[in-house]
Design a protein around this ligand. Structure first.
Ligand SMILES: Cc1ncc(COP(=O)(O)O)c(C=O)c1O
Length: 452
């Protein structure tokens, strides 16, 4: 650990949970002990104040430990109501479902609750099969849908699936943005559903070309394939509107939400869908619990989700995300425009990415290539490490595109906090383009990582 002494609990974690994770944080000089997290700010045991520009991968849309969400949870616990009775009607889940459907619109009228994004994807796979009586599943290149076996079967990057196979049969990957490829696949009429992130997150904050999502929806309708949007990262006002679908005027058959749904404090997920899909699953009394999960509809998750929606709506954090995103991208584009290794700044609302590219100048190309040869993800990790260590900014690169750095703070991020991020990134990018020390340290890190 960097700060303070290593506690017995930290040793327990290392011994009994995930030692490799601890080693990775150590190597990246990111193994901090956090003592308090509030809004966009994280405070460490050694008195550092770190700005969170990752938001737990889009969990903390309402900021860390929002007092209203914390109060709602305390209230729920104090009420000593039925928790996990599994033998009653949890009415608050009905209130939440009605509200989610109202916010989503587009004919989505039923909700299946669960506890994670992956579990939502699993449910959507089963429900799509039940509705269409088809087994095939379409997904996009670069997608990230979660790491349970079904969700993993909808992800093409072998890094995630190697050693865990076989995956589900009958899946087919199509390039994100290619309507012809989609139509060729869908025309076989063997696919139950197309799963898409409307803006691909881990693929590098990839925005769809104009017309792609509407076109994909149209093709799905034509061939009887359900159009399923994974809004686990893009939903809950992250890009401005409640769903990213609303940016593109599309009407998905199912929408998967998780992460930010319950304010980052209780695991929670939801699959919104049309009546017909739900009815195909819960088609008779006998099938009333044919698909369920012990902690779905649990009181704490539901209360936290309702309070999260209160916060996001009453504080108008969607509008805030839209305006702050425009401001942030404008400032970043201006500050980074002269650096040859910066390819593009893009995003929507407060889901943003800065894409880097290989340098042309020989003096930069040689160390960059040496570095890439050791591991393609390490260049981005050095950026992440420098931002964290030298500038107190927490962020990460995208899981399926190591050349894209994320900028996704809680939606309440102030102009001052956005400015601090821009200054930090600019300083690191300047160093990368001008100082040999950046590359020497980077290569040192690369060797350490490869050797452990
Ligand atoms: C778009 C998307 N879908 C699904 C998931 C899986 O969610 P969970 O980790 O809650 O299972 C993730 C996780 O990062 C995600 O980004």
């Amino acid at each position: 650990m960097l700060s303070g002494t290593v506690t017995a609990a930290a040793v327990d974690y290392r011994n009994h949970v995930n030692p490799q994770w601890v080693r990775l944080l150590d190597v990246l000089a990111m193994n901090e002990k956090y003592v308090r997290c509030e809004g966009v700010e994280l405070y460490t045991a050694d008195d550092r104040r770190i700005l969170d520009f990752l938001s737990g991968y889009c969990v903390h849309n309402a900021g860390h430990n929002h007092p209203r969400i914390v109060a709602a949870l305390k209230h729920e616990l104090d009420a000593s109501g039925p928790a996990m009775l599994q033998s009653h009607v949890p009415e608050a889940a009905g209130v939440l479902a009605e509200r989610l459907c109202r916010l989503a619109g587009g004919g989505l009228s039923k909700v299946f609750f669960c506890s994670s994004g992956s579990e939502g994807v699993e449910a959507a796979i089963k429900f799509a099969r039940a509705r269409t009586r088809r087994t095939g599943l379409l997904y996009a290149q670069g997608a990230f849908h979660g790491l349970t076996c079904g969700a993993l079967s909808l992800m093409g990057d072998p890094f995630w699936s190697d050693g865990f196979g076989p995956m589900l049969p009958g899946t087919c990957q199509v390039p994100f943005g290619d309507l012809n490829a989609l139509e060729r696949a869908a025309a076989t009429r063997t696919y139950a559903a197309l799963f898409l992130e409307p803006i691909q997150g881990e693929a590098g904050i990839r925005l769809p070309e104009p017309g792609y999502l509407a076109g994909a929806q149209e093709i799905c309708r034509r061939y009887g394939t359900l159009f399923v949007l994974d809004e686990v990262q893009t939903g809950m006002f992250r890009t401005g509107p409640f769903l990213a679908a609303h940016r593109f005027g599309i009407r998905p058959d199912m929408v998967i939400l998780a992460k930010a749904l319950s304010g980052g404090l209780v695991p929670s997920g939801a699959v919104l869908m049309r009546d017909g899909i739900y009815d195909a699953v819960y088609s008779s009394l006998k099938r009333a619990i044919v698909h369920t999960s012990t902690y779905s509809e649990n009181g704490l998750a539901v209360r936290a989700s309702l309070a999260t929606l209160d916060v996001l709506e009453e504080e108008a954090l969607g509008d805030r995300a839209a305006a702050a995103g425009d401001y942030l991208r404008g400032r970043l584009r201006h500050a980074l425009s002269d650096y040859e290794m910066v390819k593009e700044v893009r995003g929507a609302g407060l889901l943003n990415g800065i894409e880097f590219r290989a340098p042309r100048q020989l003096k930069l190309r040689l160390p960059f290539e040496a570095f890439q040869a050791i591991h393609p993800g390490l260049f981005g990790q050095v950026l992440v490490m420098r931002l964290f260590r030298d500038h107190n900014i927490l962020t990460q690169i995208c899981g399926n595109n190591f050349m894209v750095l994320k900028a996704a703070p809680p939606l309440e991020a102030s102009e001052q906090q956005l400015d601090a991020f821009v200054s930090a990134v600019t300083a690191v990018v300047e160093l990368m383009h001008s100082a040999g020390a950046f590359w020497t340290e980077a290569l040192g890190l690369a060797r350490r990582v490869v050797n452990i």
